[in-house]
Design a binder for this molecule. Structure first.
Ligand code: ATP
Length: 334
């Protein structure tokens, strides 16, 4: 079946890794009509805004997008395109599977967790101000509505995917109001899912436990900032950011993107690891009901990584982005 999909190549390593994913999808037999749109610094130059309406319209129309990373300027410049996109399209749930099945970590062999991050509020609400010279304030917004929605999503995800345990990760001992609301809401929602075990864990302890005994985690549900940090920690357990895919879900939309950022330090050098975007594309195929193509891609990635021959520098090898992609494609077509 032919699919019409929005493509946001992004910037930094974005165009390199998304074009690698497009090549892989094509060779794996996916029939896709791409609608490419620009966001980020390039769009700002051309259209006067880093997130033109055409990007939002295209995703609303096609319902599915593959997105490369878009640089977020630190400390100034435009507001994060990633955050604005999530808010505008109400992409409230970010799902990041973290698994050691690709065999890229000798230290951790039994990691199989799914991090579900609330995407629309918390300190990402963008409510910041200078309240006096030398004093700045950022507001952390947590609502019952958004907490309920993400908690329900996490339990539904666990049910649909044969998982048995959901951890709510929080700091409710200190932020009794905001994190307290999130935790209590998760607990209430857990009552509707008697077959799924519910536990809660304080975020700093969670970080330590993930390093010491990551196999104890199954599904984790977190507010926005903790979700960001904990998923990078999870990526580190299984071989780094270059390997972890991600999906942002809205009510009837899905935007597939890697966990990593635009990596300006290696942009344009043909050394970025394209696997995180390729695995995001694999998830996209599954979402679109193309399990056969998704399985084909996943199997090829496992074989490629098991052989350990074509690894990019972040995985300890010397292969270029192109060499890794070519090797993956020959695995797919042979
Ligand atoms: P953001 O805030 O946009 O998430 P970040 O500040 O977390 O971005 P990244 O751009 O993700 O940073 O990069 C962090 C480090 O990981 C950098 O050294 C970068 O080179 C490396 N890195 C990120 N993605 C990849 C990749 N696909 N392949 C190889 N190295 C990567």
């Amino acid at each position: 079946m032919k699919h019409r999909i929005t493509l946001i190549p992004g910037d930094g390593i974005g165009p390199e890794v998304t074009s690698a994913a497009q090549r892989v999808l094509k060779e794996a037999g996916a029939e896709i009509e791409w609608e490419a749109v620009e966001a980020g610094a390039l769009a700002l130059e051309k259209y006067g805004t880093p997130l033109p309406d055409s990007v939002l319209d295209s995703i609303r129309k096609n319902k599915v997008a593959l997105k490369g990373p878009v640089t977020t300027p630190v400390g100034g410049g435009f507001t994060s395109v990633n955050v604005t996109l999530r808010k505008q399209l109400n992409l409230f749930a970010n799902v990041r599977p973290i698994t050691s099945k690709y065999g890229m970590s000798d230290r951790y062999l039994n990691v199989d967790m799914v991090i579900i991050r609330e995407n629309t509020e918390d300190v990402y609400a963008g409510l910041e101000q200078d309240i006096a010279p030398g004093v700045a304030q950022t507001l952390k917004i947590i609502t019952r509505v958004a907490s309920e929605r993400i908690a329900r999503f996490a339990f539904d995800y666990a049910e649909k995917n044969g998982r048995h345990l959901v951890h709510a990760v929080h700091k409710a001992n200190i932020m009794k109001k905001s994190d307290g609301l999130f935790l209590n809401t998760c607990r209430e929602i857990s009552n509707s899912y008697p077959d799924i075990q519910f536990k809660d864990i304080i975020v700093d302890n969670c970080a330590m436990q993930m390093v010491m005994r990551p196999e104890q985690f199954d599904v984790m549900v977190l507010t926005n900032l903790y979700g960001d940090i904990i998923s990078d920690l999870g990526s580190g357990l299984v071989g780094g950011l270059g390997l972890v895919p991600g999906v942002n879900y809205g009510e009837d939309l899905a935007v597939f993107e890697a966990v990593h950022g635009s990596a300006p330090d290696i942009a344009g050098k043909n050394m970025a690891n394209p696997l995180a975007v390729i695995l995001s594309a694999e998830q996209m195929m599954r979402y679109l009901g193309e399990d056969h193509i998704a399985n084909h891609i996943k199997h090829a990635v496992i074989v490629l990584l098991t052989e350990r021959q074509y690894l990019t520098p972040d995985m300890g090898g010397t292969a270029t982005t192109t060499e890794l992609t070519d090797a993956l494609i020959s695995e797919i077509v042979h």
